[in-house]
Design a protein around this ligand. Structure first.
Ligand SMILES: Nc1ncnc2c1ncn2[C@@H]1O[C@H](COP(=O)(O)OP(=O)(O)OP(=O)(O)O)[C@@H](O)[C@H]1O
Ligand SMILES: [Mg+2]
Length: 272
């Protein structure tokens, strides 16, 4: 791979939900690149296909559903859609990690957060038991959990919503992924905590040199965060470009409509 070759090259990706009665085409042939170290935003209204796209990269379907994928998802030149189940498992979580949209259901309520981080490390690394314990503490500390050495023994319900999101980020970055996919990482949080989590993601991206795929329905969130943005509408990417350009001069009418909604949302939320 040359220095400026994309880390991820998605071409003509389509995702269809295959149910008994009908087929729903959730993603309809989208193409995009993510370069090494680059942060790319995916913005669009609810139901436009953002989460389905993110899961398709890792060949995951929403719980209880079957999704047929077509097109290609090249990661470092290798098509993930063509890999064996065993081979894709080695990529998932280790090379490409994801913070899923629903932070409440992503953590196991009956396991300590330390044990959940350690599980990930055991699955994907050869570290010794002691090293894994140490690394779990280090990771919690790295995502800004105070008193990490004691807090590894706590359960998810002992953490606030923002702290749970930090724990999920710690699990996601535990194996130093090349790409972190964050699906609406701040939607359930108040504005102050939202800003803290976004700053954390930016800092980690810089420290670790990883790429970031940031998914949100809120244009305001991607503004200071990403270099490029893809605007999705009804399963398609309708506009793609440098985020400042898209902000200043949106080309697609749907992007304009999305941008018009930003100040109204900001007002509805009150002062930041
Ligand atoms: N489990 C499912 N079974 C059938 N169809 C689904 C399922 N999940 C999603 N879809 C279809 O896929 C489309 C895209 O869903 P997706 O979850 O990717 O939207 P999204 O952009 O992430 O929305 P949100 O902002 O609400 O998270 C939906 O409009 C729906 O038609
Ligand atoms: Mg979603």
């Amino acid at each position: 791979m040359t220095a400026d070759a994309p880390l991820l090259e998605v071409r003509d990706l389509a995702a269809r939900f295959v149910a008994r009665a009908e087929t729903v085409e959730a993603v309809r042939g989208i193409s995009f690149d993510i370069r090494p170290g680059e942060a790319v935003g995916f913005v669009g209204e609810s139901g436009c296909g953002k989460s389905v796209t993110a899961r398709a990269i890792l060949r995951l379907a929403p719980e209880g559903s079957t999704v047929a994928l077509s097109g290609s998802v090249r990661y470092r030149g290798q098509d993930l859609l063509a890999l064996s189940e065993r081979a894709i498992r080695a990529v998932r979580g280790r090379r490409i990690a994801m913070v899923f949209q629903d932070p409440m259901t992503s953590l196991n309520p009956v396991m300590t957060v330390g044990a959940q981080i350690e599980d990930m490390l055991r699955e994907h690394t050869d570290l010794s038991r002691t090293a894994i314990r140490e690394r779990a503490v280090e990771l919690l500390d790295q995502v800004g959990i105070e008193n990490a050495r004691a807090r590894v023994h706590d359960h998810p319900h002992q953490f606030s919503g923002g702290m749970r999101q930090r724990v999920l980020i710690a699990i996601a970055i535990s194996c130093n992924p090349d790409l972190l996919i964050a699906d609406e990482p701040t939607t359930a949080l108040d504005v102050i905590v939202q800003a803290q989590i976004l700053r954390l993601l930016l800092r980690l991206r810089e420290q670790m040199g990883m790429s970031l795929m940031l998914i949100t329905h809120d244009f305001g969130v991607v503004a200071g965060m990403v270099e490029r943005v893809n605007v999705m509408y009804r399963g398609r990417i309708v506009e793609t470009g440098e985020v400042d350009r898209v902000f200043a001069a949106p080309a697609h009418p749907y992007t304009r409509a999305l941008l018009d909604a930003v100040p109204r949302l900001a007002i509805a939320r009150g002062p930041a």
